[in-house]
Ligand binder design. Structure first.
Ligand SMILES: CC(C)(COP(=O)(O)OP(=O)(O)OC[C@H]1O[C@@H](n2cnc3c(N)ncnc32)[C@H](O)[C@@H]1OP(=O)(O)O)[C@@H](O)C(=O)NCCC(=O)NCCS
Length: 189
C-alpha cells in the first residue's frame, strides 16, 4: 500500500518479502561505502534487523522507495529505502537516512525527490521542526542531492570515519521547518 506519492517515486512500508532485494543492496560495496555498514550481511541478520525495526514506533519504520510505473499489473520497482529515525518529540527533531540501492538509478534525481517527500512528511504531517542528517564528506553525490532538497551544511565531526586507510570528516546537514515552508511558498506548492 503506497503511503507517500511524489512525481516519479512513491514510498511504502517495507515488507518481509523485500528482504532479498535489501540483501542485494547492502552487500554491494559500491552502495555501502557511504553507509555505516562494513560487514557482509546474512539473511538471518537481515531478518533479525527487520524484526527489531518493526518493534520500533511506526514513525521510524523503514520505507521502500519505488518508481511509479504505469504497467497494468501495478508492479512498481523498488530502488531503495529511506527512514526518519532518532525522532525527538520534545525538541521536534529527527534524523533522516536514505539508500538508493539500484546503482542504475543514481544521479537521476530520485534521491532529491525522496528527500523532498520525507521533508513534506516530517514537517507537514509529523509537525517536526528540524530534520538533519549525517553524510560522509567524500560523498559528493549525497551532499549535492541534499543541498538540492534544501539541506544546509551545519558543521562536521572531524575525522570521524576511517575507511581505506585514512580518515574522513562526517558532515551534518539540516533543514528547519521555516526554511522548508519558505521554499514551498516560493515554488507555489
Ligand atoms: C546519495 C544518494 C541518496 C543520492 O541520490 P541520487 O538519486 O543518486 O542523487 P540525485 O540524482 O538526486 O542528485 C545527485 C547530484 O549529485 C551530482 N553528483 C554526482 N556525483 C558527483 C560528484 N562526484 N561530485 C559532485 N556532484 C556529483 C549529480 O550530478 C546530481 O546533481 P545535479 O542534479 O545538480 O547534476 C544515492 O546516490 C544513494 O543512495 N547512494 C548510495 C548510498 C548512499 O550514499 N546513501 C547516503 C548516505 S548519507
Amino acid at each position: 500500500m503506497p503511503y507517500l506519492h511524489g512525481e516519479r517515486i512513491r514510498l511504502r512500508a517495507a515488507e518481509k518479502e523485500d528482504i532479498p532485494v535489501f540483501l542485494n543492496w547492502i552487500n554491494d560495496p559500491d552502495v555501502t561505502k557511504n553507509l555505516m555498514l562494513v560487514y557482509p550481511m546474512s539473511r538471518f541478520e537481515e531478518e533479525q534487523w527487520y524484526e527489531s525495526m518493526m518493534q520500533r514506533p511506526s514513525s521510524e519504520h523503514v520505507m521502500v522507495i519505488e518508481l511509479i510505473t504505469q504497467t497494468p499489473d501495478e508492479k512498481h520497482n523498488p530502488i531503495g529505502t529511506c527512514q526518519l529515525h532518532n525522532i525527538d518529540w520534545r525538541n521536534r527533531s529527527a534524523e533522516v537516512g536514505i539508500m538508493i540501492g539500484e546503482k542504475t538509478c543514481w544521479d537521476l534525481g530520485y534521491g532529491t525527490e525522496t528527500m523532498r517527500l520525507l521533508l513534506t512528511h516530517g514537517f507537514g504531517i509529523l509537525n517536526l521542526n528540524r530534520i538533519w542528517l549525517q553524510v560522509y564528506a567524500k560523498n559528493k553525490r549525497g551532499i549535492r542531492a541534499y543541498e538540492k532538497a534544501g539541506f544546509t551544511y551545519e558543521g562536521k565531526f572531524r575525522q570521524a570515519l576511517y575507511q581505506d586507510g585514512r580518515y574522513y570528516d562526517v558532515h551534518l546537514m539540516s533543514v528547519l521547518k521555516d526554511e522548508w515552508q519558505g521554499e514551498k511558498n516560493q515554488s507555489g506548492d
